[in-house]
Design a binder for this molecule. Structure first.
Ligand SMILES: C[S@@+](CC[C@H](N)C(=O)[O-])C[C@H]1O[C@@H](n2cnc3c(N)ncnc32)[C@H](O)[C@@H]1O
Length: 204
């Protein structure tokens, strides 16, 4: 039986440790997440689809991992999905899903891996917060959105408990730089008893 990784992921404390961890998880990630009822990709995809007129609008799946998020967007009807992730091993798995227009490896030392105003839709499913990208990623992704663009993201319970997580969103919302279109707390990994909040945010 494959080693269970979910118990360890939320304790990762450096980009190097995080990368090494995902490189080693790529082979068993999909099975472990499926066994635990990973619900957040489908919730993000359905919430986004209701707010996008043309499903061919380009969507960047940031931190796409093995492509479970991209597969959920494809199932919801999106047809132009790009993926980006720092882990080559995760990207190899994503390539097998055959749902991405292109897949790029990102450099963790690059402060802006997504060029400013480059996409009308960006997704960060299970990516920001404990066990993956820092909270500052949110601002970088907002900068990467075109005007009136949509960001769909999730914060799991671990991230919601991090000091500053909600404030990171509110910095944009309170200043009127973005509008909150949707927010819902619900199942993330039900078998682990973990929930997440899914947000859809529009850049002003
Ligand atoms: C929990 S997985 C989520 C993958 C996919 N979105 C999904 O829903 O299955 C987190 C992903 O974030 C990536 N990641 C880790 N650190 C990151 C960073 N600083 N910036 C972007 N992605 C990062 C990992 O390589 C991993 O593929």
């Amino acid at each position: 039986m494959a080693e269970k990784k979910l118990d360890d992921v939320y304790g990762l404390d450096s980009p190097e440790a995080t990368m090494e961890f995902y490189e080693g998880w790529a082979g068993s990630y999909d099975m472990e997440l499926a066994e635990n009822g990973y619900a957040t990709p489908g919730r993000c995809a359905r919430a986004l689809r209701k707010r996008v007129q043309d499903p061919a609008t380009p969507l960047l799946d940031f931190g796409c991992g093995t492509g479970l998020s991209g597969a959920a967007f494809a199932e919801a009807g999106f047809t132009t999905i790009d993926g980006m992730d720092p882990s080559e091993a995760m990207l190899d798995r994503a390539r097998e899903k055959d749902v991405y227009r292109k897949l790029d490896v990102m450099d963790l030392d690059d402060p802006a891996p997504v060029a400013p105003e480059s996409y009308p839709i960006i997704a960060a499913v299970g990516v920001i917060g404990a066990g993956a990208a820092p909270l500052s990623t949110f601002g970088m992704l907002m900068e990467g959105l075109q005007r009136d663009g949509l960001l769909v993201l999730s914060f799991n319970d671990h991230t919601l408990n991090e000091p500053g997580a909600k404030a990171t969103l509110n910095e944009w919302l309170d200043l009127g730089a973005a509008r909150l279109l949707f927010s819902e707390h619900g199942p993330h990994l039900p078998k682990e008893g973990l929930e997440s909040t899914v947000y859809v945010i529009e850049k002003a």
